[in-house]
Design a protein around this ligand. Structure first.
Ligand code: MEV
Length: 430
């Protein structure tokens, strides 16, 4: 498999499918992604009161090299420029070998809330004393997970002071292996709760996972020589763009209004891969922003960015990302939805851990390319071609004229419907 597919963006969708199968060495047929792949019958197995399905464009981002392996990355997203930016960011990182990643392991947290506690520290100590029994009870719930090397490995006990009085919160730390893990850990939390009630004499409240999955982190990094950042269209040199990227990041470290948008750009890419693989993007979003609220990568006060930009001794731009990624390659819709299966085949990942690493790389590539555009020509120019095509269609251009009219609108720097209508009138097709 190789992810550097020259001219891929110029091909038709059908040609791209062909390229993926031939040049990218993809064995599995990938028709399902490009078709209406989910019959109503199976949609009914995924959700309730189903009346149909909805489609997103599914694209493939190129140029990714993650831990020395080329990856083609399927992305399902409705927003213009995201896939192009991810591919560009990956190309910049590729100059110095691509992305290097690490993960902390697939540990999810399940919380058990205990209320009506008079002596929380006494209760907490009782729970800690029963750690082995609680872990054993939790693991009885999922022998298959345990057989595959996963399962509950530890518990943590916290005491909280709340407006409703003191509470004890028990965390189960569960290695969920290749699953997103929500069902597994929720079942465990419910199973151990009665024992915790007996140990503490308190009342059991919630028994549910935490999406602040800070024991399930991915970290990715790459370096980019300043020459690669050069934008010939602008007056800025590569080193100037590099320094402006670092400044843009510093802005995000100091201002939550900026940091949220900075992180939104990162999540553009991560959500698109999450959607293509039919994972729970809400969990990943919640986890990412929750992690950012604890300071993000810098661990500073308040909400912060999930990436960092620094300059190496030799002048290279050093880019780093860190965020929780609750992603699975087994279970849920990842296996019941045919398009998800196909997306995983394109990614060619063997485990949720590998997929998490790709997601880290995608988030970083997305942010890198976005910042590079923002500090130089701005992002609107990149949006213009597709936007102009939309304007041409809205003005009534027939398919054979859309590209031509759009190109003219861009060339005139007047991407407006009234101008598109004038141009169309000249063709006498309105
Ligand atoms: C747009 O969807 C994402 C950006 O706003 C991200 C950013 O500002 O860094 C371009």
């Amino acid at each position: 498999m190789q992810s550097r597919l020259s001219g891929f963006y110029k091909q038709s969708p059908a040609e791209r499918v062909q390229t993926l199968q031939e040049e990218a060495g993809l064995d599995a047929p990938i028709g399902a992604i490009t078709e209406e792949s989910l019959a109503r019958a199976s949609a009914e197995m995924i959700s309730e009161n189903v009346i149909g399905t909805i489609s997103y464009p599914v694209s493939v981002a190129t140029n990714f090299r993650v831990d020395g392996v080329d990856r083609l990355v399927p992305m399902a997203i409705e927003e213009t420029s995201v896939v192009a930016a991810a591919s560009l960011g990956a190309k910049l990182a590729r100059e110095c070998g691509g992305f290097e990643t690490t993960t902390t392991g697939p540990y999810m947290i399940a919380q058990i809330q205990v209320t009506d506690i008079d002596a929380p520290h006494h209760a907490a100590t009782a729970i800690r004393g029963a750690t082995d029994e609680l872990i054993a009870r939790a693991n009885e719930q999922d022998p298959v997970l345990v057989e595959h090397g996963g399962g509950c490995e530890d518990i943590e006990v916290r005491t909280l002071s709340t407006r409703e009085g003191p509470m004890v919160v028990v965390h189960l730390l569960v290695d969920v292996q290749d699953a997103m893990g929500g069902n597994a850990v929720n079942t465990m939390a419910e199973a151990v709760a009665p024992q915790i009630a007996d140990l503490t004499g308190g009342d059991i409240g919630l028994r549910i996972l935490s999406n602040l999955a800070d024991s399930r982190l991915v970290r990715a990094r790459c370096r980019v020589p300043p020459a690669a950042l050069d934008r010939s269209e602008t007056d800025l040199t590569g080193p100037q763009i590099r320094d402006r990227i670092v400044e843009a990041w510093a802005f995000a470290t100091a201002d939550p209004y900026r940091a949220v948008t900075h992180n939104k750009g990162i999540m553009n890419g991560i959500d698109a891969v999450t959607t293509a693989t039919m994972n729970d993007w809400r969990a990943i979003e919640a986890g990412a922003h929750g992690y950012a609220a604890t300071g993000g990568i810098t661990g500073g006060d308040g909400y912060g960015p999930l990436t960092a930009y620094e300059v190496a001794d030799n002048g290279d731009l050093l880019a780093t990302i860190e965020l929780p990624v609750q992603i699975g390659t087994v279970g849920g819709a990842t296996q019941t939805h045919p398009a998800a299966e196909q997306a995983l085949a394109v990614l060619d990942v063997d485990s949720a851990d590998e997929l998490a690493r790709v997601l880290g790389a995608v988030g970083l590539a997305q942010n890198l390319a976005g910042l590079r555009a923002l500090v130089s020509e701005g992002i609107q120019r990149g949006h213009m071609k597709l936007h102009a095509e939309n304007v041409a269609v809205q003005a009534g251009a027939p398919p054979e004229l859309v590209e031509e009219i759009a190109a003219q609108l861009v060339a005139e720097d007047s991407v407006r419907q009234d101008r598109a209508e004038e141009l169309l009138a000249e063709y006498d097709v309105k």
